[in-house]
Write a new protein. Structure first.
Length: 455
């Protein structure tokens, strides 16, 4: 594994993203050095609406129980500050935020699930840089390293994370694992050896499912991203997702081949290629929890996978510690003593449109702090992006372990398909993974995706 270099080296890698309209360049700007204020920001469009009215509007994509838990996490702050926060959910957030900004009717704050959309609005001058109202040093010190890098535009930051998804998690069915006495692998070779041992003991090692209607294939993209990171390190990973190196670079082909040892191995994945494509994503681990003995034992999936687990005949979701265990997806080489592997993540980033409104700034200060999310964490299904968040608020040891995987990581990189141009990230990359798992070679799949990259 390539060891991480300096923070400026990581930002330099990210700064090559002009081909995806990020136009990232330069180094992270410390507001303590600039002293810039909102009124002096070149290109920033002041979208102030009803300043000082004690009302702050937020637009985001999550609803249902997540909305309820989010609003519960705001109540104490609202009571103390006197600010009324009005959250609106929109499942078509990406289109809606573009429409609202174009009509000069943006919300005060918006939650972006992908940094590309956030930076697109920043390039239009619609978003206030966060270094004008947040304590950069405190924020930078508390967050999992790397998370701020993806909101950098021309040396300024335009968003901060409010929720994290850890995608470098391997789940296992606890009873069978403990009975067999399996050990957590520290390297990729040890992971392959673990799968071989599970298979030799009579169980198919990997649970895997990709069926997600029009989004079928996204699970495979996460696997490739993880393996590019695990085999080549952070610098190459960022060069790849921002197309500084071509998609079909030999090192990416190597990652596909590494995945092939799992997804295309004889008896390594339950159901083989046909099972992978035809099983709904959320049912991947049902054969591990609902069958005795389990028909598969381990799954690589994000921290959100807990919400997919069965509720009958056993309620795995509400008793994770009894039914599940987790470990970090390993790197090619074992980390040095006291170190941990890097992690692949997704995140929701908060961005401020109503930049000069003090109420909106106060809400942003709370949302992006390690004090936000206590009630949401206690309810389950939420991870803080802050390594300083009080982990006692998580409802079970499994969630604490998943949070620790991220908190202990030397750096985090963002989900590549969410950063790449849409034609690739949610287009040819998804379909290319399906073609690959159904028989296309690694060279054929990566070349096809490379050829689809927009000029």
């Amino acid at each position: 594994m390539n060891r991480p270099r300096s923070r400026s080296r990581r930002l330099a890698a990210i700064a090559t993203a002009s081909m995806v309209a990020f136009a990232l360049s330069g180094c992270l700007q410390d507001p303590n050095e600039t002293g810039a204020g909102a009124a002096g920001l070149e290109g920033y469009v002041d979208n102030a609406q009803e300043d000082g009215d004690n009302v702050v509007t937020i637009l985001g994509a999550f609803g249902g129980v997540e909305k309820d838990n989010f609003e519960a996490s705001l109540k104490a702050f609202e009571d103390e500050s006197g600010i009324d926060i009005k959250y609106t959910e929109d499942t078509d957030f990406t289109t809606t935020i573009q429409t609202k900004v174009a009509a000069s009717d943006p919300p005060d704050i918006a939650f972006f699930p992908q940094p590309g959309g956030l930076l697109d609005q920043a390039r239009k001058g619609a978003i206030q840089p966060i270094d004008t109202f947040l304590d950069y040093d405190a924020l930078n010190d508390s967050l999992v390293p790397g998370l701020l890098d993806y909101t950098n535009l021309n040396g300024r930051l335009y968003g901060a994370p409010v929720r994290l998804a850890n995608k470098s998690v391997v789940w296992y069915e606890k009873e069978a694992w403990d009975k067999a006495g399996y050990k957590v692998p520290q390297t990729l070779d040890e992971l392959y050896a673990l799968a071989d041992q599970i298979k030799a003991d009579g169980t198919t090692p990997w649970c895997m499912a990709w069926d997600a209607d029009q989004a079928t294939g996204w699970v495979g993209t996460d696997w490739i991203e993880q393996l590019v990171l695990s085999t080549q390190g952070e610098d190459f990973y960022n060069d790849w997702i921002f197309h500084k190196v071509p998609f079909d670079d030999p090192k990416v082909v190597e990652a596909f081949d590494a995945f092939g040892r799992i997804a295309k191995g004889d008896g390594t994945v339950l159901g083989g290629a046909k099972g992978i494509i035809n099983t709904p994503v959320q049912e991947a681990m049902f054969p591990a929890f609902n069958d005795s003995p389990p028909r598969c034992l381990i799954e690589r999936q994000g921290s959100f996978a807990a919400t997919f687990f069965p509720t009958e005949p056993n309620n795995v979701q509400t008793d994770l510690d009894k039914y599940t265990g987790v470990f970090t997806f390993p790197s090619k080489e074992a980390p040095a003593e006291g170190e941990a592997p890097p992690v692949l993540v997704g995140a929701d980033y908060a961005a401020l449109f109503n930049g000069n409104d003090e109420d909106s700034q106060k809400v942003m200060q709370f949302l992006t702090s390690d004090k936000f999310g206590v009630e949401w964490a206690q309810a389950g299904g939420w991870l803080s992006p802050h390594k300083t968040f009080d982990s006692s608020n998580y409802p079970d040891q499994t969630t604490k372990d998943i949070a620790a995987i991220a908190a202990d990581a030397p750096f985090a990189v963002f989900d590549g398909s969410d950063v790449m141009p849409a034609e690739v990230g949610s287009g040819s990359f998804w379909t290319g993974m399906v073609e690959w798992v159904e028989g296309a070679s690694s060279e054929e799949a990566t070349k096809s995706i490379e050829d689809s990259w927009p000029e």
